[in-house]
Structures are given as C-alpha cells and as structure tokens.
Design a protein around this ligand. Structure first.
Ligand SMILES: Nc1ncnc2c1ncn2[C@@H]1O[C@H](COP(=O)(O)OP(=O)(O)O)[C@@H](O)[C@H]1O
Ligand SMILES: Nc1ccn([C@@H]2O[C@H](COP(=O)(O)OP(=O)(O)O)[C@@H](O)[C@H]2O)c(=O)n1
Length: 231
C-alpha cells in the first residue's frame, strides 16, 4: 500500500513498453497503486478507437478511411490504477475493447499516422496533468510519446511464456493459436512505419519469462524509488 514517503515524493514519469503478454498492465497498475501514481493504459486507447471504427462500419483495411474519421470519437481515459476506466463518446467500453474482433484489428488501426498523432497528443496531456506522476504503458512510450520520462522499462518474455499467460486468461484457449496470434500482432506492431514497438536506447530491459509477477513489481518499484531519490 501507499506510504507517507510516496505521498511527499517528487512527481515521476515512468514509461513501460513491451510486446503483448510480458506483464505491462499488471505490473504498471500494481506499481502505480503502491507508489501513489496515476496509471495510463495506452493499449486501451488504441483498442477504444478500433472499437469505434468497427461499430461505425469503417473498413479497417483502408488506412485512408480510418484517417478521415480518426478525430471523431471522444476517448476519455481514467487514471486510477485501482479502477482503470475508458469511455468513447460517454459509453463505458472497458469490456467491448477486449473482444477477439477488436484484438485482431487493433494493429491495423493503430498503424495509421493520423490515429497515432491524435492518441499521442491525448497521452501527453494526461501525463502532463498527473500531479504526483504517472506510469504509462504501451509500445512507443519511451521512444515517442514521453522520450524524457524519468524511467523507461522494456519488458520482454519468451513467446511460450506469453502464450501460456494469455491462454490462461482466455480460459483454455488453444496455446498454439494464441502464440501465433500474439506473434502476428507483435510483427505488425514492430514493423509499422510510425512509432513502432521498440526499446528506447536508455530503457532498462527486464526479461519476465522466469520471474513471478510479484518479482517484476518489486524490481520496478525499486527502480522508481532509486530514480526518485536522485530527483
Ligand atoms: N511475471 C509473470 N508471471 C506469470 N504471469 C504473469 C506475469 N506477468 C503477468 N502475468 C499474467 O499474464 C497475463 C498478461 O499480463 P498483462 O499484464 O496483461 O500483459 P501485457 O499488458 O504486457 O499484455 C495476465 O493474466 C497476468 O496476470
Ligand atoms: N502505445 C501503444 C499501445 C498499444 N498499441 C496498439 O494497441 C494494441 C493493443 O495494445 P494492448 O496493450 O491492449 O495489448 P495487449 O498486450 O494487452 O494485448 C497493440 O497490439 C498495438 O497495436 C500501440 O500501437 N501503441
């Protein structure tokens, strides 16, 4: 739980990037809650805009169609790590953005530069207004969104570990199919032209394959506290 020291510490900006299933969301939420920081799930924002495109009959295989309407949906992200919330035009979409349909289309939508420009601006303004600091998780936070973050972490894990974690979540989904879908999304996210999934040169890389979630959380909390001590 949050300590008195955390309440009086200087604001700190933490960027956590990495591929799917490496533990970004679970780690970021826990670290933010423990240190009294805000939390932003940027993947949820890309999922939300994808959900809006699908719901409004936009052809997500056509980048120009996506670009033309990228500014339309009003996306609002909550920043409480204990109750992350996301709405589109006032509707709570925290459930619908996790469907297989959205998951399979999000890489195509998030590759469109007009989408990224809009969401990146939103992310920067949220980070700027977090008085006590924030943990922001995604794919391009350390490289593009917040290149001046106080601390950058890049989480990795073997495809096998990541697939096992994801199929556990999807209640017995086939391991091989999950692994292939995950690798396909990683490849799309890493190869797009505009701010691909990448490790920033100054990021600390943590391989979580053989670590428990608690060990990863402790590792990141220690790194944040070390940073704060030198601010
Ligand atoms: N180090 C770990 N060991 C085992 N399971 C983990 C670990 N880190 C995360 N998980 C589990 O793996 C799943 C995916 O984690 P998540 O935080 O959503 O990853 P990401 O945000 O990188 O996609 C979750 O069910 C989570 O509880
Ligand atoms: N900063 C970010 C975050 C997510 N994304 C996109 O959003 C998708 C969903 O992100 P996510 O974090 O919810 O994915 P999971 O790893 O949780 O499944 C990614 O596959 C990327 O296509 C992105 O392009 N940039």
């Amino acid at each position: 739980m949050e300590t008195t020291a955390a309440r009086t510490a200087p604001a700190v900006i933490v960027a956590i990037d990495g591929p799917s299933g490496t533990g970004k969301s679970s780690t970021s939420k826990a670290v933010a809650a423990q240190l009294g920081l805000s939390y932003l799930d940027t993947g949820a924002q890309y999922r939300a805009i994808t959900w809006w495109m699908v719901s409004n009959g936009i052809d997500v295989t056509d980048p120009s169609e996506i670009a033309a309407v990228a500014g339309k949906p009003d996306i609002v992200s909550g920043t409480n790590p204990s109750a992350p919330a996301i709405t589109v035009d006032g509707t709570d979409v925290s459930g619908p953005i996790r469907t297989q349909e959205v998951t399979s289309k999000v890489s195509a939508v998030s590759a469109v530069p007009e989408v990224r420009a809009r969401i990146t601006e939103l992310q920067r303004s949220i980070a700027k207004s977090a008085e006590r600091g924030i943990v922001v998780e995604g794919r391009d936070i350390g490289t593009t969104v917040l290149p001046d973050a106080d601390l950058k972490i890049f989480l990795t894990a073997s495809p096998e570990a990541r697939a096992a974690r994801r199929s556990g979540e999807l209640k017995g989904a086939d391991l091989h199919t999950t692994r292939e879908a995950l690798l396909k999304r990683d490849a799309a996210d890493s190869s797009r032209k505009t701010s691909p999934l990448a490790k920033a040169d100054d990021a600390v890389e943590v391989d979580t394959s053989d670590l428990t979630l608690q060990q990863v959380i402790e590792c990141v909390v220690t790194l944040v506290e070390e940073k704060r001590a030198t601010k």
